[in-house]
Design a protein around this ligand. Structure first.
Ligand code: NAD
Ligand code: UFG
Length: 336
């Protein structure tokens, strides 16, 4: 039985789907602070298998311990966390409490329950401002916002945990920019309020919920002046979790980038989304967003060599799948 914390969320629901599809049993835990349990109902009807859902908070050590024991959990995929970069500067202590303290409580419960396999959702944001590209796992770390620092501190905590007890099997996955949705159009990203991230915002412009996109700067040192990122299809990302789980048979700490190795600019994303949706994406050029880097993309070689994993879906597929989800669910899960 695999415990997925944050299982009702955007990436979590796709991870649950991948695990169930692979024949594994799943208990999904979530406090539903940024998600809707409907995502998991859809996951179950899509794959024709059921999972166990527990409405719980990772900061509640006792509750986590009970779930680990009662469900016979053998490994944890830990995605629960707060993730809004801007908000993390406004309420840093909330982020440290939720992400760092929450992970400490989770680990404590795991130790007591003798569950010592953990896959953790880290982020490319731990690299901060790139000093070279593409970003490999050896690149110096230096996040520029509290959210990124929660990820870095948890990474360091996990390494110390292994140094103190070499029975742990730990996977640290640094995601680049997850976008897209399951190809069924039934599960996808359901942001609360105005989306912070590019692709969800573009999708809401396409469907008419937002009037136009503001491009955050077109004076970067990039071919078209707009920021470049490594967008990765959420289904490819989810399959990376399955690969790492089957690789964590030996104790150790495995830190891997999950990205495509390709960079695309904001304008390229807009053009691709327009092409697959057939809808215009009006935009205006705005100021640079504080803390944004010009270019960020992965060197995914290590994940390829270690796991035999690589992303397979193109930017056009990411946009097409994101669009299908948006079109079928204009109000996200709240419309259900
Ligand atoms: P999400 O908000 O959709 O999912 C996170 C889930 O965790 C939500 O369902 C939320 O309700 C739950 N949660 C939050 N705090 C909790 C707590 N204390 N106890 C129990 N549940 C809690 O976000 P996502 O995009 O699916 O991200 C999943 C993970 O991946 C996060 O840790 C995020 O930091 C990381 N990540 C995301 C991105 C991205 O761009 N989406 C990039 C890099 C890393
Ligand atoms: N952008 C716009 N307009 C918008 C939103 C974004 O032009 O309305 C631009 C940004 O300036 C950037 C690009 O689109 O150049 C991508 O921005 P996102 O907000 O979609 O993604 P980020 O790379 O800023 O950050 C995301 C997650 C972080 C994570 C990081 C790396 O939000 O949590 O990817 O994984 F850490």
């Amino acid at each position: 039985m695999i415990l997925v914390t944050g299982g009702a969320g955007y990436i979590g629901s796709h991870v649950c789907m991948a695990l169930l599809d692979a024949g594994l049993d799943v208990v999904a835990l979530d406090n539903l602070s940024n998600s809707n349990q409907a995502s998991l109902q859809r996951v179950q009807s899509l794959c024709g298998r059921s999972l166990v859902f527990r409405h719980a908070d990772i900061r509640n050590e006792e509750a986590i311990y009970d779930i680990l024991r009662a469900c016979g959990v053998s490994a944890v995929i830990h995605l629960a966390g707060l993730k809004a970069v801007g908000d993390s500067s406004v309420r840093p202590m909330t982020y440290y409490e939720n992400n760092v303290l929450g992970t400490m409580r989770l680990i404590s419960a795991m130790r007591k329950a003798h569950v010592k396999t953990l896959v953790f959702s880290s982020s490319a944001t731990v690299y901060g401002v790139p000093t070279y590209l593409p970003l490999d796992e050896q690149h110096p770390l230096g996040p520029t916002n509290p959210y990124g620092r929660t990820k870095l501190f948890i990474e360091e905590m996990l390494k110390d945990l292994y140094r103190s007890d070499d029975e742990w099997r730990l996977g640290i996955l640094r995601y680049f920019n997850p976008v897209g949705a399951h190809e069924s159009g039934l599960i996808g990203e359901d942001p609360v309020g105005v989306p912070n991230n590019l692709v969800p915002f573009v999708a809401q412009v396409a469907i008419g919920k937002q009037e136009k996109l503001k491009i955050c700067g077109n004076d970067y040192d990039t071919p078209d002046g707009t920021g470049i990122r490594d967008y990765i299809h959420v289904v490819d990302l989810a399959s990376g979790h399955l690969s790492v789980l089957s690789h964590l048979k030996q104790p150790g700490v495995l830190t891997l980038n999950l990205g495509t190795g390709n960079g695309n600019s904001v304008l390229e994303v807009i053009r691709t989304f327009e092409a697959v949706s057939g809808r215009p994406i009006p935009y205006e050029i705005g100021e640079r967003r504080a803390g944004d880097v010009a270019i960020c993309y992965a060197d995914p070689t290590l994940a390829g060599e270690t796991l035999g994993w690589q992303s397979t879906r193109s930017l056009a597929q990411m946009c097409a799948d994101h669009w299908r989800w948006q079109l079928n669910n204009p109000c996200g899960y709240r419309g259900t």
